[in-house]
Design a protein around this ligand. Structure first.
Ligand code: B12
Ligand code: SF4
Length: 483
């Protein structure tokens, strides 16, 4: 059979919450669909290509593309399947890929002409050859894992003004660790689970991005220390400010964190997850075991790097006091923003297999797998207690009194004010964000974000040295994180 492909449409469907006409949470207007823009780079540029992100725009479903490419996450899966069915009825060739398709290919397959398992870089190029030759396969499983020779991402297809952080970037894929609740081992099964770009390619990609601010969406930006060090070395002097994510152990290891700060790192997402060693053991999070969280905070503070702490509730061993213990620690440590999660067993993970084996999965409604609902039977808590405790943790951490208390752990008034306005900015002014999105002025807020991310004072950072000398006598923190 031959296929005539002239019009191609790439779609990132959204979960219902993100499309409400009454309420537009800022978290859905942060990052553009980088994965799809990456795949679009392999398409013949002479084709008629459109990229739509339902998180920020209403989808036009009345068009007639020849090829439809849809990215499926767990919480947009049902919506993705409906859109796929719609376009297949209209005669389009529909392909599905992404994390959820990889975890549950048999569920996705009836909704697509072709499905893709794992990262798309190599399988998608093979598919494009196959469809031109008239023999596309039903399934492609990624086996070749490299980012060498990646064509430049089609950022021109992204409507930058719709996002607060259009400059999101990933310079690696996956992570060297194996936490049992993480999507990573399932997604990268059948090949390497962690690999990076060539440093020069990453630097070239960075220099193509306009403005100052970057957000590295890599699971673990410091995962390959040598790569990270060369990257930061190359970025030094570029005048960038950036945010990213890294593990507890990588922050304590040698002086990589100093090199990152010297290159412009201003805020770091840190997976603390739990204060309990048993919880860490159970989650396979060995890289956190025996590490001093206090020292992590001290080190980042001293460099003026803001901390977004990630915490998970509902691990086996967690009981009723886990919520106040965690929140108290986060406030007393002066953590600027916290992201709390209810433990969620994503299909395909080791955690899901364990829970399934012991009959603890309570629902397979993927809409609820958003880390805000309890979808399994916890061991030391009732499900309702877990949900209440999680809600309480957010409420309590972002209470005015808590924000003031956490901000006051910093020495300088300037730093305290930045912490205060930043933390309050995300959680206390949600109505204002909603308005800014509606009146299409999000891009006007970018300079404000950059201002908050500006260095607080002159932390003397020497990336070649092991030690850091803060100008202020107490540790510093500054930065922002939005998710
Ligand atoms: C940015 C991000 C977001 C952004 C927006 C997403 C966006 N605009 O792309 C925001 C903040 C909105 C967000 C929200 C949520 N997120 Co999120 N997010 C991410 C993050 C950090 C990066 C995504 C990214 O850009 N990756 C880089 C690009 C290059 O990779 P990619 O998108 O995966 O695309 C590649 C492949 O997947 C594949 N591919 C994808 N689609 C297709 C289609 C075809 C046809 C083919 C061939 C290939 C293919 O090819 C691409 C190139 O290799 C990931 C973590 C991660 N490392 O992926 C979590 C992640 C995707 N999020 C996750 C979750 C759970 C959520 C939330 C439910 C969390 C919450 N509590 O609110 C919400 C709901 C999102 C939704 N709409 O359903 C989970 C998903 C788990 C799962 N099994 O699906 C992840 C993996 C985080 C985690 N570690 O658990 N998220
Ligand atoms: S360190 Fe983070 S990204 Fe890596 S496996 Fe664990 S949870 Fe996943």
């Amino acid at each position: 059979m031959s296929y005539s492909i002239k019009r191609v449409k790439l779609i990132l469907p959204a979960l219902t919450e993100a499309t409400s006409p009454f309420w537009r949470p800022i978290k859905y207007s942060l990052f553009p669909p980088l994965g799809l823009a990456t795949l679009a780079a392999y398409l013949d540029p002479d084709l008629e290509i459109s990229l739509q992100d339902e998180h920020v725009e209403e989808l036009d479903l009345n068009d007639e593309p020849d090829l439809v490419i849809i990215q499926v996450y767990i919480t947009n899966a049902y919506r993705a399947y409906r859109i796929a069915d719609h376009y297949r009825r209209r005669g389009a060739y529909v392909v599905l890929g992404g994390l959820h398709v990889t975890s549950l290919p048999d569920e996705a397959e009836p909704h697509a002409d072709t499905i893709f398992l794992g990262p798309g870089e190599h399988t998608f190029t093979q598919f494009l050859k196959d469809i031109v030759a008239g023999r596309p396969q039903r399934r492609y499983q990624s086996a070749v894992r490299t980012l060498h020779g990646l064509p430049p991402i089609r950022r021109d297809l992204i409507r930058r003004q719709k996002y607060l952080v259009p400059n999101s970037i990933v310079v690696s894929r996956g992570c060297p660790h194996h936490c049992t609740f993480c999507y990573k081992d399932a997604f990268f099964a059948g090949g390497r689970g962690f690999y990076t770009q060539v440093v020069d390619d990453a630097l070239a990609e960075i220099s193509r991005l306009p403005g100052r601010h970057l957000y590295f969406l890599d699971d673990h930006l410091f995962g390959n220390p040598r790569f990270a060090r060369e990257l930061f070395c190359g970025m030094k002097g570029m005048g960038r400010i950036f945010q990213g994510a890294a593990t507890v152990d990588s922050i304590l290891r040698d002086n990589l964190i100093e090199a990152a700060a010297a290159a412009g790192l201003r805020s770091l997402f840190v997976g603390f997850e739990t204060l309990s060693s048993d919880g860490l053991m159970g989650a396979g999070k060995r890289q956190n075991l025996g590490r001093s969280y206090r020292e992590v905070v001290r080190r980042l503070d001293a460099l003026g790097v803001m901390i977004n702490g990630s915490f998970v509730f509902g691990l086996d061993g967690d009981n009723r006091d886990v919520f106040d213990r965690t929140v108290d620690w986060a406030i007393e440590s002066g953590i600027t923003t916290a992201t709390f999660h209810i433990l969620t067993p994503y299909p395909g993970t080791a955690l899901f297999a364990q829970m399934k084996h012991s009959n603890r999965i309570e629902t397979r409604n993927w809409d609820l797998y958003d880390t805000r609902h309890v979808v399994y039977r916890p061991s030391g808590l009732a499900a309702a207690e877990l949900k209440r405790g999680y809600d309480w943790a957010y409420e309590s951490f972002y209470r005015w009194g808590s924000i003031v208390k956490a901000a006051s752990t910093h020495e300088s008034t300037k730093h305290q004010l930045k912490h205060f306005f930043y933390s309050a900015g995300w959680k206390k002014f949600e109505r204002a964000w909603d308005l800014v999105i509606r009146i299409k002025q999000l891009s006007q807020m970018r300079p404000v974000l950059e201002a908050v991310l500006a260095p607080i004072g002159k932390a003397a950072v020497d990336s070649n040295a092991r030690t850091v000398t803060p100008v202020h006598s107490r540790p510093l923190t500054v930065g922002t994180h939005m998710v």
